[in-house]
Design a protein around this ligand. Structure first.
Ligand code: UDP
Length: 406
């Protein structure tokens, strides 16, 4: 224990030294900009600097100087690193005093933070305090450099500062609900229901499918809730000038769903994937969430007659929630055709979810998911199956978005 504290202190000191050197380097390199900004202010007979306030997630209040005119207005934050008050990477900063304050023994306020990166990317797997703990545990020079690099790329691609965040927006004819993780869970579990509601996820692939198959677009738009999933939709929304709240894919939402099912004592039916996969996923989920009620499972390779039998099986199981993993566009069509016969309160289209949770297909490492590159990993895992979707589909999607919105 003492050793680990010593190691952390040693690591902290060497990181501080490196950060000071990097800050000196950048300040020196930026001197021409500083002179330019000062001259711009002088020509307008205004003060070159203004004092701004920022709070960190642990409740600290900080004052810093900003340029009034010219480029790189916040570049003087580097002085805070030089003074040792801030780090390049650390506790997240915000403009308002945080409602809940967190604790960190080893991190300083940082220009970049894991939480801020997750916010920009709409990554919902970790809470704010979990992301702070994660940073504390993983902290190293490499970790901080990669965090800064990921944050800069994310800011460039998805900077949301000047965008609006409507509750619903249209992307190439598909009407997407722009909700947070909390709101999505509330839709599934808290809203009063009269009949089964459907929830589907929209990614670049489903937008492409909806462009080539108008009947699929209409199936999607029939859903009661359509959630944005993946960096493609985030980029599309960003180009359209829309800020996405969270990136809510089925795989990241499932742990939260399981916890709510546990709390409510409700059960879930897993329908889809190859024979045995849904059952293996169910077993793993029960191990991870003890007491989770699995109402039943069934594979997804079926004909019309079997489809009717499955509806009966789902209804007979008393499931409150049904997850349908048949891949797009089959699952959305199945849901549209059968929703009115289902007695569960919610039915969700979840794609390859059972493949991931059963362990049949590995999930991309966290760093790829954090920067919205999960698709690249899926392409590497199944190059033949996913070639058309990603290698042809992604550029086609970007071209469609650019021609519609730029
Ligand atoms: N699948 C199925 N029945 C079918 C076709 C596919 O159950 O007739 C399953 C397949 O085994 C896989 C899932 O549907 O588990 C599709 O996964 P994919 O990764 O393609 O989903 P997406 O990326 O569309 O969410």
């Amino acid at each position: 224990m003492q050793n680990s504290t010593l190691n952390k202190t040693g690591l902290g000191t060497s990181l501080e030294l490196i950060e000071t050197l990097i800050a000196v380097f950048f300040i020196t390199a930026l001197i021409p900009f500083f002179i330019l900004n000062a001259l711009l202010s002088l020509t307008q007979l205004k003060s070159p600097l203004t004092t701004s306030t920022v709070f960190d997630a642990c409740g600290g209040k900080h004052f810093y100087s900003q340029w009034n005119h010219g480029p790189l207005k916040s570049s003087l934050l580097l002085l805070k690193i030089l003074s040792g008050e801030f780090s390049f990477c650390g506790i997240s900063l915000c403009n308002k005093r945080p409602a809940i304050t967190l604790r960190s023994n080893t991190l300083k306020p940082g220009i970049f933070s894991v939480h801020q990166l997750h916010q920009t990317m709409g990554y919902i797997e970790m809470s704010h305090s979990e992301s702070l703990k994660f940073h504390e545990n993983k902290r190293s020079l490499i970790f901080d450099i990669s965090l800064a690099a990921k944050s800069i790329v994310a800011q460039m691609l998805f900077d949301a500062s000047e965008k609006i965040a409507p509750k619903r927006f249209d992307l190439l004819g598909v009407s997407i609900d722009n909700v947070s993780k909390k709101e999505a869970l509330s839709f599934i579990f808290d809203e009063p229901v009269e009949s089964c509601r459907s929830l589907c996820f929209i990614n670049a692939h489903s937008i492409n499918l909806s462009c080539s198959k108008p009947d699929f677009r209409s199936s999607l738009n029939q859903a009661d809730c359509l959630l944005a999933d993946g960096s493609g939709v985030r980029l599309g929304a960003s180009i359209k000038g829309v800020k996405l709240r969270d990136n809510i894919n089925g795989t990241d939402l499932l742990p939260h769903i399981c916890r709510r099912l546990q709390q409510n004592g409700e059960s879930v039916f897993l329908f889809g994937s190859e024979p045995g996969v849904a059952k293996r996923a169910a077993d793993k989920l029960q191990k991870k969430y003890p007491g989770l009620k699995i109402a039943g499972t069934h594979h997804g390779y079926i004909n019309q007659q079997e489809s009717d039998d499955i509806v009966e099986k789902i209804n007979g199981s008393g499931a409150a929630l049904c997850l349908v993993a048949l891949g797009s566009p089959v699952q959305e069509r199945w849901i549209e055709e059968n929703k009115h016969k289902l007695e569960c309160h919610t039915v969700m289209a979840v794609g390859g979810l059972f493949d991931f949770y059963s362990g049949k297909i590995a999930r991309a490492p966290r760093w790829m998911r954090e920067i919205g590159m999960e698709w690249l990993f899926r392409l590497a895992m199944e190059p033949k199956v996913k070639f058309k979707r990603y290698v042809i589909g992604n550029p086609l999607y970007i071209a469609r978005i650019l021609s519609a919105y730029s």
